[in-house]
Design a protein around this ligand. Structure first.
Ligand code: SF4
Length: 550
C-alpha cells in the first residue's frame, strides 16, 4: 500500500536478537557457534584431541571462536604488516602459536602463583609475559601441545584461564590494595572471590552477547577504571548503613565509547554477588546479539536509561527493591599506587612501574623471589600495567627497591614510565594495524632523556596510551594523549604506521573523552617529537596546578 498522509508508514524495528523478547535463533556466525556448542566444552577437545593432534587437527570453529573461553587466541603470523590486516582472511593471519591469558581476579597473586606463571613462561612461552591493563598476565608463543601441562601447572597453584577471553564474564578487577590500605572504605575481596567461585565457568553465563567486564573496589582512590566497565561496585559510606558499594553500569570504550552511569543504589558487601549476577543476567537476556559492534551492555543501558535498568534489575532479577545510596566523592589523588605507602598494620605496600606492561617470565620469578626475601607472600597487578608488593617492613624498603630496579621495575619512575600504556599491537594481535609495545618502550626511554630538564615540573603524569587499532584496549579515549593506530601518510607521501591523536581525555576528576582533532595524525617515527612538543607547550602555557586534561 502506498502511504498517504493519513496512513503513516509504521517502521518495524529489526530485532536485536534479544533472548528475553523471544529471539533465540542465531543472527550471525558468532551466535551460531555459541549455540552449536557451549564454548566451555572445547577444553575437553583440547585435552583429548588437539594437544595430541597438533595445530592442524583443530576445528576452525574452535580455533577462532571457542578457544577464547579458555584464554587462547592465535597470534598474528610474524611479518604481516598492518596495512594488510583488513584485507587478509583470518587463516592467513593466524600463526600456529597462541597467546594465553591468565586471569588474575582482583589482581591478587601469591608469590607462589607469580613464580608458577613465570616458570610456565620460561618453559612453554619463550619467557614472554605482559601485565595487561585489566590486571591479567598474558603469555605468548604457546603451542597447543603444551596447553594441558600449562593448565596443570597453573591450576596446581589455584590459577586458571577459564573465561579469560570470549563472550562471558571476564576477569573481575579489584583494588590492588584491598585489605591493607589505611584509607580503605571497605574490602571488596570476599565479593570478588564469591563471584568467581559461583559464576566463572557457569554454563548459564557462558553465552553472553559479548564480553562482560566487572570491577569491585572499596578504595576511595577508585582504582579500577570503573567508568569503563559493564558493571562496577565502588566503595562508599552510607550515612545510616555504613560502608558498602555504589553501583555503576554501562561503561565501555572501543569504537563507540560510553562512560558508565550510576544506578543510585547502595549495595552491602554480602549482596554484591547477587546484584552482579542480576546485571550479568540482564545482559544475557536483553543484550543485543544481532550486530557484534552493538552487543555490549553499554548500548542497552544507553537505550533504556538508568531508571528502567534499575527497575528491571529489581523487579525481574532481584525481586526486591535496592536501597538508594549516596554518590562517592571523586578522589583528587593518583589511582596507580606507585611508590611506598603505609599499610594499616604498619608495614608497607610498594608500587612498581613497568614499561608499558612488558615484563618476562624471568622477571616474574625475580619479583617473587624479591618479595619473599623481604618476608612478603603477596603481589598485586594493577589496571595501569604495574605490580605491587605488599607487607614490606620498613627495614627492607631500600633493598627491595634496588632489587626491583635491577629487574626494570621502578617505585619512583619518571612521569613517562608512569604515564605510558600500550596494548598488544602488531607484534601479536591479529586486529592490529601498528606496532605498539616496543614503540611505547622506546617512547618512554626517549622522553626520559629529552624531557629530563622539565621532569620536576610534571606533578600529575601526562598519560599516553598507544593502541594498535580502533578497539581501544589500552583506553585511547581516556588518556591525556590517546593514540589510535592507523596507516597515515608521511611527509614524502608514503603510507606508514601512525596514529590518530585524541587529546585531553581522562577519568576521575577529568572524566571525559579526548577530542579527536582534525588532521592530528602522527607517524610512528615522529611520535616522540610530537609528544615532546605537546608537553613543552602545555608546561609553558599552563596556569597554576592546571592538569593536561583541563
Ligand atoms: Fe589488538 Fe587493537 Fe586491542 Fe591493540 S587495541 S590489542 S591492536 S585489538
Amino acid at each position: 500500500m502506498t502511504p498517504t498522509p493519513q496512513t503513516p508508514t509504521v517502521r518495524r524495528r529489526r530485532g536485536e536478537g534479544q533472548w528475553a523478547l523471544g529471539y533465540r535463533e542465531p543472527l550471525n556466525p558468532n551466535e551460531r557457534s555459541k549455540k552449536d556448542d557451549d564454548p566451555l566444552n572445547v577444553r575437553a577437545r583440547i585435552e583429548s584431541v588437539y594437544a595430541a593432534g597438533g595445530f592442524d587437527s583443530i576445528d576452525p570453529a574452535d580455533l577462532r571462536g571457542r578457544f577464547r573461553w579458555w584464554g587462547l587466541y592465535t597470534q598474528r603470523r610474524p611479518g604481516i604488516d598492518g596495512g594488510r590486516t583488513a584485507v587478509l582472511e583470518p587463516e592467513e593471519l593466524d600463526d600456529e602459536y597462541f597467546m594465553l591469558r591468565v586471569r588474575v581476579d582482583g589482581g591478587l597473586l601469591t608469590t607462589a602463583q607469580l613464580r608458577a606463571i613465570g616458570e610456565v613462561s620460561q618453559t612453554y612461552a619463550r619467557d614472554s609475559a605482559d601485565v595487561t591493563d585489566r590486571q591479567n598476565i598474558q603469555l605468548h608463543w604457546v603451542r597447543i601441545e603444551d596447553v594441558p601441562a600449562i593448565w596443570s601447572a597453573l591450576e596446581a597453584v589455584g590459577l586458571s584461564t577459564t573465561e579469560a577471553c570470549g563472550d562471558c564474564p571476564r576477569v573481575v578487577l579489584g583494588s590492588p590494595v584491598a585489605g591493607v590500605a589505611e584509607d580503605e572504605i571497605i574490602d571488596g575481596t570476599p565479593a570478588i572471590e564469591e563471584i568467581t567461585r559461583r559464576y566463572i565457568g557457569d554454563p548459564t553465563l557462558s553465552n553472553l552477547p559479548r564480553k562482560f567486564k566487572s570491577a569491585v573496589s572499596g578504595s576511595p582512590r577508585q582504582d579500577v577504571v570503573h567508568e569503563t566497565n559493564c558493571v562496577s561496585f565502588i566503595g562508599v559510606e552510607h550515612p545510616e548503613h555504613g560502608p558498602g558499594f555504589d553501583l555503576w553500569v554501562g561503561g565501555g570504550l572501543s569504537t563507540n565509547p560510553k562512560l558508565a552511569v550510576r544506578l543510585g543504589v547502595w549495595v552491602p558487601l554480602d549482596e554484591v554477588p547477587d546484584v552482579w549476577h542480576g546485571v550479568a543476567a540482564i545482559f544475557r537476556d536483553y543484550g543485543y546479539r544481532r550486530l557484534r559492534h552493538r552487543a555490549r551492555l553499554k548500548f542497552l543501558v544507553a537505550d533504556w536509561g538508568v531508571e528502567r535498568f534499575r527497575e528491571i534489575l529489581e523487579r525481574e532479577y532481584l525481586h526486591r527493591p535496592l536501597l538508594d545510596g549516596p554518590e562517592p566523592p571523586t578522589p583528587d589523588v593518583a589511582r596507580d599506587h606507585l611508590g611506598v605507602h603505609r599499610q594499616r598494620d604498619g608495614r608497607n605496600y610498594v608500587g612498581f612501574a613497568s614499561a608499558a606492561g612488558r615484563v618476562s617470565g624471568s622477571t616474574l620469578v625475580g619479583v617473587a623471589k624479591a618479595a619473599e626475601r623481604v618476608g612478603s607472600r603477596r603481589v598485586r597487578t594493577t589496571v595501569h600495567q604495574n605490580l605491587l608488593i605488599l607487607d614490606v617492613p620498613d627495614a627492607e624498603l631500600t633493598s627491595l627497591q634496588e632489587e626491583m630496579a635491577s629487574l626494570g621495575l621502578h617505585s619512583d619512575p619518571s612521569p613517562w614510565r608512569r604515564g605510558v600504556m600500550a596494548c598488544t599491537g602488531l607484534e601479536f594481535c591479529k586486529l592490529a594495524i601498528v606496532e605498539t609495545k616496543a614503540r611505547a618502550i622506546r617512547l618512554v626511554e626517549e622522553l626520559e632523556e629529552r624531557l629530563a630538564d622539565v621532569q620536576a615540573g610534571i606533578v600529575d603524569p601526562v598519560t599516553v596510551n598507544l593502541n594498535g587499532c580502533p578497539n581501544a584496549c589500552a583506553r585511547t579515549q581516556v588518556a591525556d594523549i590517546g593514540l589510535k593506530g592507523q596507516i597515515v601518510t608521511d611527509a614524502d607521501g608514503a603510507q606508514v604506521e601512525g596514529f590518530q591523536v585524541h587529546l585531553g581525555g581522562g577519568l576521575g576528576l577529568d572524566s571525559g573523552f579526548g577530542r579527536k582533532l582534525r588532521g592530528h595524525k602522527v607517524t610512528s617515527a615522529e611520535l616522540t617529537d610530537y609528544v615532546e612538543r605537546l608537553v613543552r607547550r602545555y608546561l609553558a602555557a599552563r596556569r597554576d596546578g592546571e592538569r593536561f586534561a583541563q
